[in-house]
Design a protein around this ligand. Structure first.
Ligand SMILES: Cc1ncc(COP(=O)(O)O)c(C=O)c1O
Length: 389
């Protein structure tokens, strides 16, 4: 268990409700109280003197993005701050040339909202990557789906429904030899992978700072090999500026999450160090999946472990019993029901016609969280699954 310097459990640093089990850091993240206090102080400053605040804001955002670029080991001129991964993906999707007849290639693990955005630009083709595929098989599955019509490849660095890595560097290298641009959706990645852009020569890369990196909601990065064609989704006074400074001006917007991001990053480093948090979260996620899967097995007699090629450290899958969570729309309904009736924040997904529970682990989680879920929620989920037949 990670502890605070005064010996209290790490959990004491987060203002998370004690009435709920928090097993879904992956969806929206959660910021420590000290980080939120930093943001509150900035908001107070904004509201006390709005004219001074907004006049000075672009310069402060520029300072924040330089600190974030250093954290991710990316050259300063390649990184812009955006409010969330969706805004970064939209900006990048708009920057790519798609000739008439061109298609966008995604995988069947892509984030639904990103696919919807891609579909507004061009027809989308989905490459099937088996859940258990290792790096070679996964790369081949995507590369074999390139055609003369492929105008852009959109790849998840860490997938949302299946909590796995994709071999983004190998696929990007193959796309480059064919002149196909690559946009990598690294929404889950900042903090989770130490230097995620090392050896990855993609055109555009997007990542949230409010997920594993624990900044307040509303902070993300858009990284470009060449940002000349990138414009923020909000056109504002920065339009004539070069990349990335044109992203420092976003009209009248509460940018305090972006300004707080550097504090969030140093806070975790100061308390435990990012490497230790990554190791803790990965070990705990392995414990969580084994514990919860075996609790299901005791009740169903079936194997609930999932073979995921390239699993993503702190987020892991457990197979749900029967057809629970398997139908389209069922994961969201299940998430709402589990929250309302079992007081647990969890993520569910469907892949290949099966329903999955996606468990997350972060600094504030302990084995007791998953023991609690195994004892108090698994029997009810199993009963719900039986009621479907
Ligand atoms: C893979 C992936 N891409 C994009 C997003 C969108 O992130 P946001 O809602 O912060 O824009 C998410 C959110 O969970 C995600 O998991």
């Amino acid at each position: 268990m990670l502890q605070l310097p005064d010996g209290r459990p790490a959990r004491a640093a987060w203002p998370l409700s004690d009435d709920l089990l928090h097993l879904n850091h992956g969806s929206f993240g959660a910021a420590p109280a000290s980080t939120l206090a930093t943001q509150d102080a900035l908001r107070a400053e904004m509201n006390a003197a709005p004219v001074r605040w907004f006049a000075g804001l672009p310069a402060r955002i520029a300072t924040a993005r330089v600190a974030v670029a250093d954290f991710l080991s990316v050259p300063h001129h390649r990184l812009a701050l955006v409010p969330n991964a969706s805004a970064g993906m939209s900006a990048a999707l708009s920057a790519v040339d798609i000739p008439t007849g061109g298609e966008i290639l995604v995988t069947d693990h892509a984030y639904g909202a990103v696919v919807m955005g891609a579909e507004r630009r061009a027809p989308v083709h989905r490459a099937h990557v088996p859940l258990a595929a290792g790096p070679g098989e996964a790369a081949a599955a995507v590369i074999e789906a390139f055609t003369d019509r492929t105008a852009l490849v959109v790849l998840d660095h860490v997938t949302s429904p299946t909590a796995r890595l994709l071999p983004v560097a190998a696929i990007t290298a193959a796309a480059r030899t064919r002149g196909i641009p690559v946009l990598v959706d690294g929404a889950h990645v900042p903090g989770l992978i130490d230097t995620p852009l090392d050896g990855l020569d993609c055109d555009y890369w997007v990542g949230n700072l409010h997920k594993f990196a624990c900044a307040p909601p509303g902070a993300a990065v858009l990284i470009a090999r060449d940002g000349a064609r990138l414009h923020p989704v909000i056109d504002s006074w920065g339009s004539a500026e070069p990349f990335p400074s044109r992203f420092d001006v976003q009209g009248t917007l509460d940018a305090t999450a972006q300004l707080t991001a550097p504090h969030a990053l140093t806070e975790i480093e100061k308390l435990w160090g990012w490497q230790r948090v990554r190791e803790h979260a990965e070990e705990l996620a392995a414990y969580a999946t084994a514990r919860v899967a075996s609790a299901f097995t005791e009740l169903t007699g079936e194997d609930h472990t999932v073979e995921v090629g390239m699993p993503a450290g702190p987020m892991r899958l457990v197979r749900l019993p029967g057809t629970l969570g398997a139908a389209p729309g069922a994961p969201d309904a299940l998430r709402a029901r589990v929250l309302a009736e079992l007081n647990a924040e969890c993520a569910f997904s469907t892949f290949g016609g099966r329903g999955y529970l996606r468990l997350s682990a972060h600094a504030y989680n302990t084995p007791a969280d998953y023991d609690d879920f195994a004892t108090n929620c698994v029997p009810t989920l199993t009963a719900w699954s039986r009621a479907l037949h």
